[in-house]
Design a protein around this ligand. Structure first.
Ligand SMILES: Cc1cc2nc3c(=O)[nH]c(=O)nc-3n(C[C@H](O)[C@H](O)[C@H](O)COP(=O)(O)OP(=O)(O)OC[C@H]3O[C@@H](n4cnc5c(N)ncnc54)[C@H](O)[C@@H]3O)c2cc1C
Ligand SMILES: NC(=O)c1ccc[n+]([C@@H]2O[C@H](COP(=O)([O-])OP(=O)(O)OC[C@H]3O[C@@H](n4cnc5c(N)ncnc54)[C@H](O)[C@@H]3O)[C@@H](O)[C@H]2O)c1
Length: 473
């Protein structure tokens, strides 16, 4: 039976868009269905506007560090900023990126269907559009419905005084005192924005360590650079159990272990940055026998959707909704893998080589395993782990910039030198991590990497030195 399309993608976020571009390269007749905003979270409410806010507020922070600038021989007068204009900068960038994404799909003749899609059996979708329901058939279907902010039970969001990143991104106000629930990526990045623009922050983290996802050495140093010297108070090992909007916002904190009430805060606003949950529960997956796993769509490393551990023919899923790595570039990488496999070229995703970064000032980045994760693997597989560290204060370029705080830490196998993980905090860490990601993708050894030549004087020499130290280990 002839299908309407070779491929229909549900969700036009970064994942769906990346898959569509590769599908066209592979000659597939493709359509993409989007229920809300073209570009999804990253373009409209995520990566793009948050990086615009970070760029502008970072500039304000830098210009206010007069002692630091004086050391470079630069004098600046009073620094002022316009909150609404910063918010507009973010919105302008969103509009530009979204137009670019829509334009690229048009140029490639990808049909865009506005509506909410549900799987209605093998190779079939029902799409609720403004003009009514449409049935669409396709040889293959990719599900890329993304994720939405997690709002813990007891937390009431009003979008004005208590809000998630969906609203924080609009920067509608600068509350004098803001509590941030969660010290993950969103908590950290917004704490950077708010403190640069003069707000006082209280960061609340349920686990017993701030930034629990990072390598412990990096988390410790991040605390020293990004938290302690700034107007940030931290409350660790406590959960925000009840958050009530208003003026003031009240926050009941309970001990994470005993569940006893330990404190009640009264603040001007509260940003809830407690993680994200998949948006996959209204996709009709039951019609093809797929059971969600804690809300996530189960997939294998070829990005095939699984039912009882077995691939469902012609059905694929990518992006945040798969719960693997909630990152834009991971979503599009998964999309490319799905297309490769549906075109008969077997490929599996390699999560270990996918880098991540928090765009704070300075930035934090990593790829591969943390030291504790590497040690667990070493125990299971019977090898030894070693670590090498280098410091931004020993790097000529960082010193010239007057930005010499930070370290790079590399984790590798002692026996054959295989690079297992790289963790950086320091100026331009997000760009620096890429060469390490490429090296991990090829499972390179520090013994080989130590002979690659890096430009002098550049920040990249921080990794050069780390590889050389590791090889001499
Ligand atoms: C504040 C913030 C900052 C971030 N910063 C970064 C960053 O700097 N770097 C980074 O890598 N990642 C960042 N992320 C994460 C990144 O945004 C996500 O990983 C990425 O958007 C996931 O892409 P996706 O395609 O899986 O889903 P999404 O971008 O969420 O897109 C899914 C789309 O599917 C649509 N949809 C859902 N269900 C249906 C349906 N049934 N029918 C039709 N359409 C449907 C939705 O409307 C949505 O548009 C950030 C996230 C946030 C919230
Ligand atoms: N630069 C980037 O790449 C970037 C930036 C922003 C967001 N993102 C993506 O968006 C996702 C969501 O970000 P996030 O920061 O919301 O999630 P996160 O999972 O990174 O961090 C959430 C934190 O909130 C804590 N928490 C949860 N409930 C709590 C409660 N009631 N009280 C106190 N603490 C609580 C958790 O212990 C956790 O440490 C991330 O997984 C990330 O992949 C990426």
């Amino acid at each position: 039976m002839a299908h309407d399309y070779d491929l229909v993608i549900v969700g036009a976020g970064v994942g769906g868009h990346g898959a569509a571009l590769h599908a066209v390269d592979c000659g597939l007749k493709t359509a993409i269905v989007e229920a809300a905003d073209m570009g999804g979270t990253c373009v409209n409410r995520g990566c793009i506007p948050s990086k615009a806010l970070l760029a502008a507020s970072g500039r304000v922070r830098e210009l206010q560090q007069t002692d630091h600038l004086k050391a470079l021989g630069v004098d600046v007068g009073d620094v002022s900023f316009d909150r609404a204009a910063i918010a507009q900068h973010a919105q302008n960038l969103v509009n530009k990126q979204r137009e670019g994404l829509i334009g690229s799909l048009k140029r490639l003749n990808v049909d865009v269907i506005q509506g909410h899609a549900k799987v209605a059996g093998a190779q079939k979708l029902i799409v609720s559009t403004p003009e009514g329901e449409k049935t669409i058939t396709a040889e293959n279907i990719i599900l890329a419905p993304g994720s939405i902010p997690f709002v813990p039970p007891g937390v009431q969001v009003d979008g004005k005084t208590v809000f998630t990143s969906d609203d924080a991104i609009k920067l509608e106000s600068l509350p004098p005192w803001i509590a941030i629930v969660g010290s993950g990526y969103i908590g950290l990045e917004f704490s950077d924005v708010y403190t640069a623009l003069g707000c006082e922050v209280t960061m609340i983290e349920g686990l017993d360590q701030l930034m629990p996802g990072f390598d412990p050495d990096i988390a410790k140093l991040a605390q020293r650079i990004l938290i302690t010297p700034r107007d940030v108070e931290t409350k660790v090992g406590v959960f925000a159990a009840k958050v009530t909007p208003g003026s003031p916002v009240t926050i009941e904190l309970i001990d994470a272990k005993t569940k006893e009430l330990v404190d009640v805060l009264e603040v001007d606003a509260c940003l809830v940055a407690a993680g994200r949950v998949p948006a996959a529960n209204d996709m009709g997956l039951e019609s093809v026998g797929v059971e969600l796993n804690r809300g996530f769509i189960p997939v294998n490393d070829k990005m095939q959707v699984l039912s009882d551990g077995k691939p469902v023919p012609h059905l694929w899923a990518i992006g945040d909704a798969t719960g693997k790595m909630m990152l834009a570039h991971a979503a599009s990488a998964q999309g490319i893998i799905a297309i490769e496999n549906m075109c008969g070229r077997t490929r599996e995703i390699d999560y270990r080589s996918i880098p991540a970064a928090a765009f704070t000032h300075p930035e934090i980045s990593f790829v591969g395993l943390t030291e504790p994760q590497a040690k667990d693997l070493a125990k299971a597989e019977g090898f030894e782990v070693a670590v090498a560290r280098t410091y931004f204060k020993g790097n000529a370029k960082a010193l010239a910039e007057g930005e010499a705080e930070g370290i790079a830490k590399i984790v590798f196998r002692k026996d054959n030198g295989e690079l297992l993980g790289v963790h950086i905090i320091g100026i331009h860490a997000a760009d620096l991590i890429q060469e390490a990601a490429n090296a991990i993708a090829k499972r390179e050894s520090v013994n080989t990497l130590a002979f690659l030549v890096h430009t002098h004087p550049t920040l990249s020499e921080i990794l050069d030195e780390a590889y050389k130290r590791a090889a001499a280990h």
